[in-house]
Write a protein that binds this ligand. Structure first.
Ligand code: IMP
Ligand code: MG
Length: 179
């Protein structure tokens, strides 16, 4: 099936599951080399990061922990900036070796906010792993440590990513069809 409808939009096949899993194999291999003695704490950003986190962690061969957070954005009427808040961060990350697991870095605002918040809790190390990276959309200074796949500036769904809450269950990644 190379074309699908998610709610009111049409999408076409963009990245097959095999390609996604091969890319995850690569970063898992790099992590197995880099993080084997670090007992890292992976922090998966929900909702989008769940499939990536699952497939990645199955490929890691060293002791590690995982926890899950959500970011809530809300518009404060007095400012035009989007304010975000972290929910669900459990325990103390002070002196821990932390790796954030994110589905996608688009403008980078979310990740730079999250990095700042987590750094204020004084981890020993803070790394960023993202399944997808849109380098052309990046609007802040940010260099993710592990990137599975770079993509162009298109809206995508599948493999954890959604359009209006739907499409997260798709095993392949689809890009929006411009009508
Ligand atoms: P950023 O703050 O612009 O980097 O946006 C990051 C967040 O926007 C991600 O965690 C996703 O939840 C969402 N996002 C960005 N691009 C896409 C996309 O193409 N499809 C689905 N969600 C996206
Ligand atoms: Mg996300």
């Amino acid at each position: 099936m190379s074309s699908i409808q998610v709610k009111d939009k049409l999408f076409e096949l963009s990245i097959k599951e095999e390609v996604i899993l091969e890319a995850i194999d690569k970063i898992a291999k790099a992590m197995n080399e880099d993080l084997g003695d670090k007992n890292p704490l992976f922090i998966c950003v929900l909702n989008g990061g769940f499939m990536f986190a699952s497939d990645l962690l199955k490929r890691l061969n060293f002791p590690c922990e995982i926890s899950f957070i959500r970011l809530q954005s809300y518009q404060k009427s007095s400012t035009n900036g989007q304010i975000k808040e972290i929910y669900g961060l459990q325990g103390n990350i002070e002196n821990r070796n932390v790796v954030i697991l994110e589905d996608i870095i688009d403008t980078g605002y979310t990740m730079s906010f999250l990095k700042k918040e987590l750094l204020s809790k004084k981890p020993n190390m803070l790394k960023v792993a993202t399944l997808l990276f849109k380098p052309k959309a990046l609007s802040v200074e940010l260099e993710p440590d592990y990137v599975a796949l770079e993509i162009s500036n298109e809206f995508i769904v599948g493999y954890g990513l959604d359009y209006d809450g739907h499409g997260r269950n798709l095993r392949d990644i689809y890009k929006i069809k411009e009508s």
